[in-house]
Design a protein around this ligand. Structure first.
Ligand SMILES: [Zn+2]
Ligand SMILES: [Zn+2]
Length: 191
């Protein structure tokens, strides 16, 4: 099956799903706009979103079709198992209910089981130059400055500009995160 026909198929499924008044109670089928079409194999990142596939393109941020990477079954299993747990914890954080603070602490702790596992799983995909996306809470909050140092080794993260938005990476640990404008250094200067 060619990538073009995979995209057309996904488009039909997405439109049918969206037209269905009960769509929120049915599985999200994915949209063709979710899929990376970069042709020169940019690096990838393991980044949980609401869909099943957490493998994303470092450049366009979209999902990389697993067919393109020709993953082995054990790699597919590892990615899917990590995604199910990470996705659940991220949902608890997003839900802003009684579990929010617990979930946020898990996601921000590089030694939490889900982050340790995520680092291992991204390591399994290292042949594809896979980074691990480190969570930062949504929205810029005065109390939560953006990350400046690697959550694993604590060395300064470096800017990665070959993407649709600026990212920060640690080349030793293969960690990537969003570059936030509100940095602690800038904060200090403003006062
Ligand atoms: Zn891409
Ligand atoms: Zn590091």
């Amino acid at each position: 099956m060619s990538e073009a026909s995979i995209r057309n198929d996904a488009g039909d499924r997405f439109r049918l799903w969206l037209d269905d008044p009960y769509h929120r109670l049915k599985p999200y089928p994915g949209s063709p706009d979710d899929l990376c079409t970069c042709s020169d194999e940019p690096p990838i990142k393991l980044m949980s979103t609401l869909g099943e596939n957490p493998i994303h393109c470092m450049r366009c941020n979209r999902e990389v079709p697993p067919e393109r990477l020709r993953l082995e079954t054990r790699e597919v299993d590892a990615v899917a198992s990590w995604q199910s747990v990470q996705g659940a914890i991220e949902m608890l954080e997003l839900d802003s209910g009684p579990y929010e603070l617990w979930a946020r602490a898990q996601l921000m702790d590089p030694n939490s089981p889900t982050n340790r596992r995520g680092l291992e799983v991204s390591g399994l995909l290292r042949a594809h130059r896979c980074y691990f996306w480190f969570f930062q809470p949504i929205g810029i909050d005065e109390d939560i400055p953006g990350l400046t140092n690697c959550p694993v080794c604590d060395r300064r993260l470096v800017r990665y500009d070959d993407g649709i938005f600026p990212q920060l990476i640690c080349e030793d640990d293969w960690v990537v995160t969003e570059f936030r404008e509100l940095m602690p250094d800038l904060d200090d200067n403003e006062e």
